[in-house]
Design a protein around this ligand. Structure first.
Ligand SMILES: CC(C)(COP(=O)(O)OP(=O)(O)OC[C@H]1O[C@@H](n2cnc3c(N)ncnc32)[C@H](O)[C@@H]1OP(=O)(O)O)[C@@H](O)C(=O)NCCC(=O)NCCS
Length: 178
């Protein structure tokens, strides 16, 4: 059991604060889930009802195999960042991040990514963090590369979106890369 996931900390950066995600973030989450640009860039096909989102937010803090944070900027919800898909035996975890579209391009995603990756290595003691990014998302890929992730593979036609196929890149960073 990873104690950093059982008792998830708030992470304070220069411009963003990451607070454990919970029911008080419903309005921000709900707006973000309906943000068409964020849905496109994350390849989100699924739709969620208000009840499903509330139920998820009510229980997410109890999960001890993942860490979900709300990203706050000037006290307002601007997105979420997540460490999930934990593989304790191999000390690896998945990563994902999404901001509301009005918050893109201000350096907030870069800072939130750095904070969450550092948490995975320093607080949780993990060795590897991995993610997927679509070829039509060069901004996200740039952020990940600047944070130290390397492209490890390309998956052809992994996403069907807007009537055509898109490739996906897998990226990873190791604690020893730092
Ligand atoms: C991806 C995301 C988290 C990045 O966060 P952000 O706060 O918007 O990004 P930042 O402002 O920190 O950094 C953007 C960087 O990408 C660069 N960039 C922007 N558009 C770019 C493009 N089309 N091609 C290449 N680089 C680009 C910027 O110049 C900047 O790099 P720099 O600091 O070297 O100048 C955010 O945009 C987001 O949530 N997007 C929608 C959801 C998403 O894509 N999630 C990731 C799915 S894998």
């Amino acid at each position: 059991m990873i104690s950093a996931f059982q008792e998830q900390r708030t992470l304070v950066g220069e411009r963003v604060t990451l607070v454990p995600l919970g029911p008080e973030h419903f309005d921000g989450e709900w707006a973000m889930l309906r943000d068409e640009e964020s849905r496109r860039l994350t390849g989100t096909h699924a739709t969620f009802t208000e009840g499903q989102v509330r139920a998820w937010l009510a229980k997410v803090r109890q999960a001890d195999d993942r860490a979900d944070w709300a990203i706050l900027h000037d006290g307002a919800f601007v997105g979420e960042v997540v460490l999930n898909d934990l593989d304790e035996d191999n000390r690896s975890v998945g990563f994902r991040i999404v901001l509301v579209s009005h918050a893109y391009g201000k350096g907030l995603g870069m800072e939130a990514t750095r904070l969450a990756v550092r948490y995975a290595f320093e607080d949780a003691g993990l060795h590897r963090v991995h993610l997927e990014v679509f070829e039509h998302n060069p901004r996200a890929r740039r952020v990940y590369e600047k944070c130290g992730f390397r492209v490890e593979g390309e998956h052809r036609d992994a996403l069907w979106w807007d009537g055509r196929w898109h490739n996906t890149f897998t990226m990873g960073i190791l604690s020893t890369d730092q």
